[in-house]
Design a protein around this ligand. Sequence first.
Ligand code: BES
Ligand code: MN
Ligand code: ZN
Length: 510
Amino acid sequence: MLKSVTLGEFDAPNALIVGKFQDSDLDKSTAKLDANGAIAAAIARPEFTGASGSLVEAFIPTPTAKGADKPATGTVRVLVVGLGKAKAFKTGDLRSAIAPAARRLATTKDAKVQINLADALGSIDAKLDLRHAGRSAGEAFGLLSWDHLAFKGKGTDKKDRPAITVQAKGGQFAKGFETGLALADAANLCRTLSETPPNIATPAFMAEQARKLGKHLGLKVTVIEGKDLEKEKLVGLINVGKASENKPCMIRIEYRPDNAKKDAKPLVLIGKTMTYDTGGLSLKINNGMVGMKRDKDGGCAVLGAMHAIAATIKPKFPVVALLCAAENSISDEAYRPDDVLTYRNGVTVEITNTDAEGRLVLADGLCWACEKESPRAIVDLATLTGGVVVALGSTYCGMFCDDDKLRAAVNSAADSSGERVWQLPMHSEYRDLMKSPIADILNSNPNRKAHPIQGAAFLSYFVDGYTENKIPWCHLDIAGVHATESDSGPFVKGPTGWGVRLLADLVDQM
Ligand code: BES
Ligand code: MN
Ligand code: ZN
């Protein structure tokens, strides 16, 4: 939509964004601008309800700047955004409330935009978190600057996307807006990778992207591939990736602040990075395969989060990312149902379904994290099951976390980022569901009971000391939330970058 959004200063704006609550008058500074009554007339129109998401437009004469020797000429476009009922308002609502104004600006091409929501917001509650409000608005503008037509070619007349400069009123609001833009940048990196088709975005391509990010932001990047996968006994990656000519790898990205203590324990983020999921020999049928380029979105989110962490959040403790990257394909070399794999932690797995591949590669990441990284906590993100989409739709991500402290932190990060999570249960009976008659566990119980929970239960066998709660661990099944089927709020149809902003917030408050 937009090409870019930068914060800057200017004398007179081409467009001004103000807000109005459904149940209160225009704020004083906006009312003062409305000498010709155009704004009052606009908000009285029937199409403007004041509900969040409603928008109306008015034109006022450009105000003459203080000390100018001539009166100003021309008009300013005033976009009034509905903010809903004052009592129910939450600062995060701005992501959706301001999005229609940003979309409108993508077509009007006003280059200089002033935002004054601080006055309306301050008028309902002097203690309102203006910084978070600004951040939410900045996220909306940033997310709507994602280039969703990057893969259109000469066959399409692409319209120019306008670059806009934003001047935001209210010091805290403006500061927050800048953070919001930065977080959206990181989410947009994730979205671009998600969008990249599987003939381009192979595991090696993902490793290249990680190296690029590392170089840019001073992160250490190591890629474990080929013989090293064998040496490290990363059997999930080896087997799931066997059938494809695009060879699997584990990508390790490390953020370590300069003054970190030598023995400082990192937070470990693990991402399922299936660059394509055909289902393997348990081949996906009918249209089940379409869209499986996005089966790498857990890894894309983790990569985007590392961007936010290194560029914006800059925590005082280390963070390690592990992207388990493979393509689940078919050939005579493919792994098969009935194979048995022995993991590096000694757990044996009977393969019953090669389409339950994500958990097999994540298991490598979990073993590695527990054995090699002395993690203070582990969070994994994966488009793991269709079952979680059935259960929660695209409204909540499925969360599994037995550790009270980590769960509270994830819940609070979900609140501030607007990336909602809902806890699903774990119980030893679910772990028993995964027992195999011939190996320790199987990768999918054919009875199809509690599918998203089966995935989590499987993974728990690879978290060291799981039953004693030794390492705080959180599994996020993002299969329902990583993409959206239609334009909504600050998103266009396609990948949402889900998890980047939540992980950034999680790190920020840990
Ligand atoms: N990548 C899929 C899960 C998925 C489904 C993600 C729909 C996004 C949208 C995963 O690898 C998968 O195939 N899961 C199977 C597991 C089953 C075979 C045990 C599923 O959920 O059906
Ligand atoms: Mn699958
Ligand atoms: Zn998959």
